[in-house]
Design a protein around this ligand. Structure first.
Ligand SMILES: CC(C)(COP(=O)(O)OP(=O)(O)OC[C@H]1O[C@@H](n2cnc3c(N)ncnc32)[C@H](O)[C@@H]1OP(=O)(O)O)[C@@H](O)C(=O)NCCC(=O)NCCS
Length: 447
């Protein structure tokens, strides 16, 4: 029995993943991760996940950091470097250590991406890794009177060259180094490089894996946790709010998210790198595990289109089977689709409702108000009702009625009062199903 249950779960899980696989194929994701992640014990698993994403046809650019490796190298050589406003001052000796550390880490990642052992998640993988001088940089300059020397910032990204590699199915691996037209090398941050690459490529997603507080619930009480979703405007509000005590680094990531999403990147994800399969959980489940930033809110209320018939049926058919809603044939729904509105979240239909007119133009029927059981009690029913009411008012309708068997109290709490069948338009009275014994509720929209 357990075996059957787990098989059923597997099949149903795989089916739920299919829409994401279709949506992501051919899209560009830029993934930024720190040097800490490379030395962490989950890095090999992360590489397996990258292999999986690549095999699904997602175009991947990986941008790595190297901070702890650079620090280790400096310590080993008894060197120290000064910091100004969180940025390392890169003199020529420090730059030498940086080149060695970054070069080594880059090679190590390439080696991991080249694995293909049988009986491992990398079996049959044949990832070609491309690297190059994709990033042109310039010096940060003098800050607070200190010359940061070889510490730089991104000036230009060779998007064409990166696209060419991605088109050939290669994974592009980029280090936090940039080159100037004068032949100098600059030390950059992986955050800056990943953000600028995502913008230059018009990437679908910029993904940061981080372990700074904010992306994960902390054991310390009262620690601020970023919400699951933020618009760019919300993000700025979080940054401006001094009381949440977000660490400087988390703020930097939020700043990158704002910059990317205000430009051309559709979404930026901040994910806790310590969770197993963090990137898969974020990308292939609707609830995700991190914080997702987008330019606009992901929720839309709109008129239904013929393509929405399938998703509306998915919501109403189980309710029809339970006798909660009256059965509607697909053909009828297709004909009447103009009367429906849907509430959609990130491309998934959460609920629907319809407004049916009558020859007596003063009164209309609210029908088929339904919210998917997984998304109830979050105000979606209320939003759909308000939208239908506004629609009715704008059409000069004075009263809205509804027939219901299971949601009487919900309607009472939303300003409806019980009435009799005889109060309804004659056409509706003629169609009333006496076996269902639905109750009739009406709301005066002018009140
Ligand atoms: C009725 C329905 C649309 C409400 O959707 P929803 O998104 O959960 O509603 P909201 O989030 O706006 O409201 C939730 C509140 O209503 C209450 N509620 C939900 N369904 C209820 C019901 N059938 N009866 C009474 N109260 C109900 C919840 O307990 C919650 O109360 P709270 O805020 O005090 O915790 C949804 O339950 C549904 O799809 N029902 C099946 C279809 C149906 O009966 N449609 C009506 C006939 S057309």
């Amino acid at each position: 029995m357990d075996q059957i249950n787990s098989n059923n779960q597997f099949v149903s899980w795989l089916r739920t993943v299919a829409p994401y696989v279709n949506a992501f194929r051919g899209k560009t994701f830029v993934i930024g991760f720190s040097g800490e992640m490379v030395t962490g014990n989950k890095f090999v698993d992360f590489i397996h996940d990258i292999n999986l994403l690549a095999s699904l046809g997602i175009r991947l650019v990986l941008v790595h950091g190297a901070r702890p490796q650079i620090q280790q190298k400096l310590d080993a050589n008894n060197l120290s470097s000064q910091s100004v406003m969180g940025m390392r001052v890169t003199d020529s000796i420090t730059l030498q250590c940086i080149k060695e550390s970054v070069g080594r880490i880059h090679l190590e990642i390439e080696a991991l991406l080249s694995m293909g052992l049988p009986n491992s998640p990398m079996a049959n993988a044949s990832i070609t890794v491309a690297s190059g001088n994709f990033v042109t940089a310039c010096p940060v300059g003098v800050i607070n009177g200190v010359d940061l020397m070889h510490t730089g910032k991104v000036r230009k990204i060779n998007a064409h060259a990166i696209h060419t590699h991605l088109q050939q199915g290669e994974v592009v691996l980029v280090s936090p180094l940039g080159y100037s037209p004068t032949g100098e090398i600059f030390n950059l941050t992986f955050k800056n490089v990943a953000t600028e690459i995502a913008i230059a490529l018009n990437a679908e997603k910029l993904i940061f894996l981080l372990d700074t507080p904010g992306t994960t619930k902390s054991s310390t009480k009262n620690t601020y946790k970023l919400p699951r979703e933020l618009t760019v405007v919300d993000c700025q509000t979080v940054l401006d709010d001094q009381s949440n005590q977000l660490p400087h680094e988390t703020k930097e990531f939020l700043g990158c998210a704002i910059k990317a999403c205000e430009s051309s990147v559709t979404r930026t994800h901040l994910i806790n790198r310590n969770a197993d399969g963090a990137i898969l959980q974020e990308l292939f489940t609707h609830h995700g595990i991190g914080c997702m930033v987008s330019q606009e809110t992901l929720q839309t209320l709109r008129k239904a289109k013929i393509e929405d018939v399938g998703s509306i049926l998915q919501i109403i058919e189980p309710l029809e089977a339970e006798g909660v809603l009256v059965k509607r044939k697909r053909e009828l729904l297709e004909i009447e689709i103009d009367r429906f509105i849907i509430l959609e979240h990130d491309g998934i239909t959460f609920g629907c409702a319809a407004l049916y007119p009558f020859p007596n133009k003063d009164v209309c029927e609210l029908a088929c108000l339904a919210v998917h059981p997984d998304h109830r009690n979050a105000g979606h029913g209320d939003k759909l009702l308000k939208h239908i009411e506004n629609q009715a008012v704008s059409q000069g309708i004075k009263q809205l009625f509804v027939l219901t068997t299971h949601a009487t109290h919900w309607f009472i709490e939303h300003g409806f009062t019980e009435t009799t069948l005889s109060e309804l338009p004659k056409e509706k009275q003629d169609l009333y199903n006496y076996q269902r014994r639905s109750k009739v509720y009406i709301k005066d929209l002018n009140k």
